[in-house]
Design a protein around this ligand. Structure first.
Ligand SMILES: NC(=O)c1ccc[n+]([C@@H]2O[C@H](COP(=O)([O-])OP(=O)(O)OC[C@H]3O[C@@H](n4cnc5c(N)ncnc54)[C@H](OP(=O)(O)O)[C@@H]3O)[C@@H](O)[C@H]2O)c1
Length: 261
């Protein structure tokens, strides 16, 4: 079985590639820059861009892992014409026009589909790595926002399961990590796993905004403000699907010690 992995060089996609290879699948990995891809030599590495996808990209492909990129209707049409039978999307628990466009195109294609909708990636906390390494202090607004960071390997494992096995067609899987943690608790979990004495310092939204591009800042500030009032829910999807608990933030940080020291 040949599986096309889009976003193969991304945070989740790399693990999707690894897990599919481990399962014995043939993996075609899409990247705009093969020289920089650093993927296992066993993958069929293909240069391409979903903003202008070449029909050959999908030739000989049975199943596809699809990020919300490019024109999903066009991508799905090309995939269907080439004989792709199943598409697993990676979107988000947060509703957006991009998510709707991507999921609708895939659903309307008549192909088998599964939507994987993660919440906050634990890997977003790599944004704290420089501050942790240089000062041991993380400065951000909304210290008490309660979030449920999910390990990228768990997201990839759910996507790989839906790609490889039957029984997931027509399902939408919202994903979270196993614990609800304030930002202060997230910093503490990283400190404990990495063996550093870290501190969280509350910053005003306006001060933080000066360091971050405008549209990203607005999106995140909204999300964090909401999460101070309504904690992000802990979902059992990862455990239900994989038959083992989702990885904790402490486990995630232990997998990333090198990034924080
Ligand atoms: N961060 C979060 O908390 C969070 C939460 C929920 C959902 N998400 C969703 O997760 C998705 C990102 O997944 P990720 O973090 O695994 O990826 P990522 O690390 O952001 O990497 C982006 C990937 O997309 C590929 N890519 C970008 N533009 C492309 C194009 N025009 N054509 C083909 N490939 C292209 C890149 O490949 P090359 O550079 O090699 O070409 C790379 O593999 C986004 O849709 C985001 O909304 C994120």
């Amino acid at each position: 079985m040949r599986i096309l992995v889009t976003g193969a060089t991304g945070t989740v996609g790399r693990h999707v590639v690894d897990q599919l290879l481990t399962a014995g699948a043939t993996v075609r990995a899409l990247t705009r820059d093969p020289a920089a891809a650093a993927l296992p030599s066993r993958v069929e590495l293909v240069r391409g861009d979903l903003d202008a996808p070449a029909p050959e990209l999908f030739e000989g492909v049975d199943r596809m892992y699809l990020l919300a990129l490019g024109d999903p209707q066009h991508v799905t049409d090309l995939a269907k014409r080439a004989g792709v039978r199943r598409i697993v999307t990676l979107t988000s628990v947060v509703a957006s026009e991009t998510r709707e466009r991507t999921e609708r195109a895939v659903e309307n294609s008549g192909l088998e589909w599964t939507h994987v909708r993660p919440g906050m990636f634990a890997a977003n906390l790599l944004d704290w790595a420089d501050a942790i390494k240089t000062t041991g202090v993380v400065r951000e607004p909304y210290a008490d926002a309660r979030q449920t960071p999910v390990h990228e390997q768990d997201i990839a494992a759910v996507a790989a399961t839906a790609l490889l096995f039957d029984g997931h067609t027509g399902q939408t899987y919202p994903l979270s990590g196993p614990e609800s943690l304030t930002k202060r608790e997230q910093v503490a979990a990283i400190g404990a796993a990495v063996g550093l004495d870290l501190r969280f310092e509350q910053q005003s939204p306006d001060e933080w905004r000066t360091q971050v591009p405008g549209f990203v800042a607005d999106f995140l500030l909204d999300l964090w403000r909401q999460a101070t009032r309504t904690p992000e829910p802990v979902l059992s999807t990862v455990e239900d699907l994989l038959g083992r608990p989702a990885r904790t933030l402490t486990e995630w940080a232990a997998d990333h010690v090198g990034d924080f020291r």
